[in-house]
Design a protein around this ligand. Structure first.
Ligand code: ZN
Length: 272
């Protein structure tokens, strides 16, 4: 959740009239209204929830419901819209981050026909109770994972089947991504292993082996590559010093932008 508090000038806080426009206005719960800020030359239309409260400041909050503005009871709607407009860059950025976070969540129910996040897109799950081996297939509308669980009704059994298949696939993908860095490496990893870590995307040991979580497959290849480059750079510098970051940058020139983007994702959200 992102919060922003906007302190009002005395004159704004004292403005008395409330000028709700009739367009797009509904009451969805006590004291909360849905408002629409119309599109202008630079911005698309923005829908937000407006809550009135006995307070002196305007608060902006972004969560799964989108933008909620909490404003003093008697502050004019025009003044509120001006504040929202002035914070538009921040709002749009936070809404985008929120959407990116949510994209991962609804997909994580391991049921038949579920869509799992996979390399920046999705793959469909075809879940059966059968002793056959699980496998991947690429259909015209994207990848599908034919998941064979001992008992398709048992979440544990389904999870185990998926994890087995995902680990195999992850190793193939990681090796493929690592190969793209090979010509730029000063030190090659001694070993690359797939982990089930739920706390870190990757790690590097002083013995020169790299471990990458199979959950990385939920991210797009740019982010997977960034994590791979990050761990490869640890083979040269076992710390996060400026020299380390120079090495990451050498392997992955826009690492800073990717590192910032990776922060929108929480590996803990990928616990099936
Ligand atoms: Zn690191």
């Amino acid at each position: 959740m992102s919060l922003f508090r906007f302190f009002l000038k005395k004159s704004e806080a004292d403005e008395a009239s409330d000028s709700f426009s009739s367009r797009g206005r509904t009451k969805d719960q006590e004291g909360v209204r849905q408002c629409v800020l119309s599109a202008d030359a630079e911005h698309a239309e923005l829908v937000y929830r407006l809550k009135r409260a006995r307070r002196k400041t305007v608060g902006l909050r972004i969560d799964a419901d989108g933008l909620t503005v909490t404003a003093p009871t008697r502050l004019a709607r025009r003044a509120i819209d001006d504040i929202v407009r002035s914070k538009r860059a921040w709002i749009d950025r936070k809404l985008l981050e929120q959407r990116e976070r949510q994209q991962l969540r609804p997909a994580l129910q391991l049921v038949h026909d579920a869509l799992l996040p996979y390399r920046g897109a999705h793959c469909r799950v075809d879940l059966r109770s059968q002793p056959k081996r699980s496998h991947w297939e690429r259909l015209s509308d994207g990848p599908i994972v034919r998941l064979s669980a001992k008992d398709a009704q048992s979440p544990q059994s389904v999870r185990a089947a998926l994890e087995r298949l995902w680990k195999e696939r992850a190793l193939e993908v990681f090796e493929e991504r690592l190969a793209t860095f090979a010509s730029r490496l000063t030190i090659a990893p001694r070993r690359v292993a797939v982990s089930s870590a739920l706390t870190r995307w990757g790690s590097c040991s002083s013995s020169g082996s790299i471990r990458l979580s199979w959950r990385l497959l939920a991210l797009d290849d740019e982010l997977i590559d960034y994590v791979v480059a990050h761990e490869l750079a640890h083979l040269v510098h076992m710390n996060h010093s400026p020299e380390f970051w120079r090495e990451v940058q050498r392997l992955c020139p826009d690492c800073m932008e990717r590192s910032a983007r990776l922060k929108h994702y929480s590996i803990a959200d990928l616990s099936f």
